[in-house]
Design a protein around this ligand. Structure first.
Ligand code: FES
Length: 43
């Protein structure tokens, strides 16, 4: 469990969790790999 700056708790099930920075993840605040699709579209 990770707590954000607003005190909200976010459950995580992965040994390593990355925070989504592209804003498109379906499992925010965690990165679910959607950023890879976005990158492909823009290049
Ligand atoms: S950074 Fe947003 S899905 Fe990976």
């Amino acid at each position: 469990m990770v707590q954000d700056e607003d005190g909200n708790e976010h459950r995580t099930w992965r040994p390593v969790s990355a925070v989504c920075r592209c804003g498109a993840s379906a499992v925010k605040p965690w990165c679910d790999g959607t950023h890879k699709v976005l990158r492909k579209r823009t290049t």
